[in-house]
Write a protein that binds this ligand. Structure first.
Ligand SMILES: CC(C)(COP(=O)(O)OP(=O)(O)OC[C@H]1O[C@@H](n2cnc3c(N)ncnc32)[C@H](O)[C@@H]1OP(=O)(O)O)[C@@H](O)C(=O)NCCC(=O)NCCS
Length: 175
């Protein structure tokens, strides 16, 4: 299976070149609602911050040893056991092949088993159907809508998955 070739690993200096090319992609920006820094110095700082922060666990997504995106748990609230999830498979040639779902399953296992968290949540634009479908396949369910200041702004969905539900899903698929 293609998804067997997915691995999550810590970022390295050589990854900067990939982030620089991904930062040029305007479609990614519109899907995520934020963008990678374009400047190398700023990007270096951005990446360093992600590796040094106690409230984050940031990983490069590799497919067959090639970086294709990144995934992270951020805003980790150790006391309540909650964290936010962000993912970007920046190389579009890898979309729709189950690699996002696989990456989510790996990081969710890390969140609930290794880190001992209780709930992982995320925010996603309602129009981003691919992302919503991928999150649902990984077990996330819709919890609500975030109220926007301007009604013309894109609708944002809040989705989450608890450890209890994750384990229930795992036992149902015999994983
Ligand atoms: C969102 C993202 C992580 C998903 O990863 P992926 O590897 O493409 O996802 P998967 O292949 O695991 O699952 C995608 C599913 O969406 C489906 N899909 C694709 N386009 C769709 C659409 N327009 N409407 C409904 N479903 C759609 C695919 O068919 C697939 O479902 P299937 O396996 O049942 O066929 C990845 O596409 C990505 O990083 N996109 C750009 C950044 C982004 O949007 N990040 C999320 C911000 S919240």
């Amino acid at each position: 299976m293609l998804s067997d070739l997915i691995r999550l690993r810590k970022p390295q200096k050589a990854d900067l070149e990939f982030f620089i090319s991904w930062s040029q992609d305007v479609e990614l920006r519109s899907l995520m609602g934020w963008e990678y820094p374009k400047d190398k110095t700023e990007l270096n700082r951005w990446l360093f911050e992600r590796t040094q922060n106690r409230e984050r666990r940031f990983f490069i997504i590799e497919y067959a040893s090639q970086p294709i995106g990144d995934i992270e748990l951020c805003n980790i609230a150790w006391r309540s056991g909650q964290a936010e999830l962000k993912i970007c498979i920046a190389d579009k040639s890898y979309w729709d092949q189950g690699l996002g779902t696989r990456s989510l399953k790996i990081i969710l296992k890390e969140a609930f088993t290794t880190l001992g968290l209780n709930e992982v949540y995320l925010r996603v634009y309602a129009f981003n159907k691919r992302a919503v479908c991928c999150y649902q396949k990984a077990g996330f369910t819709l919890k609500g809508f975030l109220k926007r200041k301007d009604p013309n702004w894109n609708e944002i969905w809040l989705m989450s998955l608890t450890k209890v539900q994750f384990e229930k899903n795992q036992s149902q698929i015999g994983a």
